[in-house]
Design a binder for this molecule. Sequence first.
Ligand SMILES: *[C@@H]1O[C@H](CO)[C@@H](O)[C@H](O)[C@H]1NC(C)=O
Ligand SMILES: *[C@@H]1O[C@H](CO)[C@@H](O)[C@H](O)[C@H]1NC(C)=O
Ligand SMILES: *[C@@H]1O[C@H](CO)[C@@H](O)[C@H](O)[C@H]1NC(C)=O
Ligand SMILES: *[C@@H]1O[C@H](CO)[C@@H](O)[C@H](O)[C@H]1NC(C)=O
Ligand SMILES: *[C@@H]1O[C@H](CO)[C@@H](O)[C@H](O)[C@H]1NC(C)=O
Length: 437
Amino acid sequence: MACLWPCILVAASGILAIDTPHPRNSVLHHLTKQLLQKYHKEVRPVRNWTKATTVYLDLFVHAVLDVDTQNQKLKTSIWYREVWVDEFLSWNSSMFDEIREISLPLSAIWAPDIIINEFVDIGRSPDLAYVYVNSSGTIKNSKPIQVVSACSLETYAFPFDIQNCSLTFNSILHTVEDVDLAFLRSREEIKRDKKAFLNDSEWELISLPSTYSILQSSAGDFAQIQFNVVIRRRPLVYVVNLLIPSIFLMLVDLGSFYLPLNCRVRIVFKTSVLVGYTVFRVNMSNEVPRSAGSIPLIGVFFTVCMAFLVLSLSKSILLVKFLHNEQRSGQEQPLLCLRGDTDADGPRMDARAQRATVTESPIFQEHQAQSGTLKEVWFQLQSISNYLRTQDQVDQQDVEWLSLLYRFDRLLFRSYLVMLGLYIITLCSLWVLWSGL
Ligand SMILES: *[C@@H]1O[C@H](CO)[C@@H](O)[C@H](O)[C@H]1NC(C)=O
Ligand SMILES: *[C@@H]1O[C@H](CO)[C@@H](O)[C@H](O)[C@H]1NC(C)=O
Ligand SMILES: *[C@@H]1O[C@H](CO)[C@@H](O)[C@H](O)[C@H]1NC(C)=O
Ligand SMILES: *[C@@H]1O[C@H](CO)[C@@H](O)[C@H](O)[C@H]1NC(C)=O
Ligand SMILES: *[C@@H]1O[C@H](CO)[C@@H](O)[C@H](O)[C@H]1NC(C)=O
């Protein structure tokens, strides 16, 4: 038993040595070695240096990972493909066992230095070490890239916004005389292709138009290809979470105009709506994109709503103040008001009663003493009439103020209606514009 294992191992290694041909004898090895033996990856692979190397580009947008409006960055995942012809990497396939295509390490051959101009962050992409070369020297290199690119993001029409971000490819060093760019597929096909795009995200790919242009600079002319990633937001979640609740809150606030004007319940009601609105805004502040450049229209509307709420609340407070003056002068008590009204009235009523006793008591005393003169009675009567007259003037002023406030209330109600109408019309037109694309 002890000698059995070494015997088996020796036998097995013998069999292996016989069965597997040495890699050096394989046609693939032979071909690869022959191709790379005299190859210099430092040299642009053309026989006549006046000829430019044309790099054919292709792009598939796979997913939109993040749209950061605050930092104006777009994170996308793309599949990128480049194809060029290497004149030194071709062979006669009938001389090499009909091998038409082999893979070679990317590090061993010349590769174009094409970058994306809008890169702002190191995009994570797997290091793919190999490229495919076919027998006529055509090299295919494809890789997935996570691109973090700078893009001017517009939030004005949020949540019905459409973003247009460009990805510009060009050679960082080579001028158009050395490295030229071209499209691998037709531009129309690239524009319409959404097959690779993941459909279930917040963003929807609309189209991918592209342009070829030559960038002229002091360092020379550079070929560049620009792809425009046009995406639009799916607004449903924002309509449900943001727009409809805000419209409901405003409708409730609008309903408060149907409460009697001279009632303090209205203040309590408006205050609760204001608190509700504030809580709503604090909760939703993370949902609304923030950017220093442009404020979303919906944010402007929220602020206007808040301003209206505060305005109508202060108006109600003013109104209650004047109504209070009116009550002090002994007019009817508003029906729907809070109990607190009467409590607040207590001390004032007492004061009035005191004043009445003060003005009446001398006359009373005089009656008792039965020694008063007509002159004194006259003075007393005059003081009473003076008091009543000033009271009348105060009442008159109060009434004027009240009618002003009533008119203001009606104006405010109409402005509410106009604003709500504008809000809804704007949202609808934004939605129509959004769906038109
Ligand atoms: C290189 O190509 C140009 C035209 O494209 C031609 O005029 C020139 O003779 C060629 N040079 C060589 C060494 O073949
Ligand atoms: C490839 O090699 C075969 C056989 O050696 C030969 O007949 C053929 O002409 C060659 N083709 C080219 C394009 O050189
Ligand atoms: C190599 O690939 C290119 C581009 O795909 C193609 O045009 C060419 O015919 C291929 N060559 C061979 C020998 O298959
Ligand atoms: C996107 O922007 C480019 C210019 O940066 C413009 O030419 C193109 O028309 C825009 N596309 C859309 C759909 O707005
Ligand atoms: C996304 O939807 C389009 C059509 O709306 C479809 O052609 C495409 O295959 C879908 N993409 C994925 C990844 O499902």
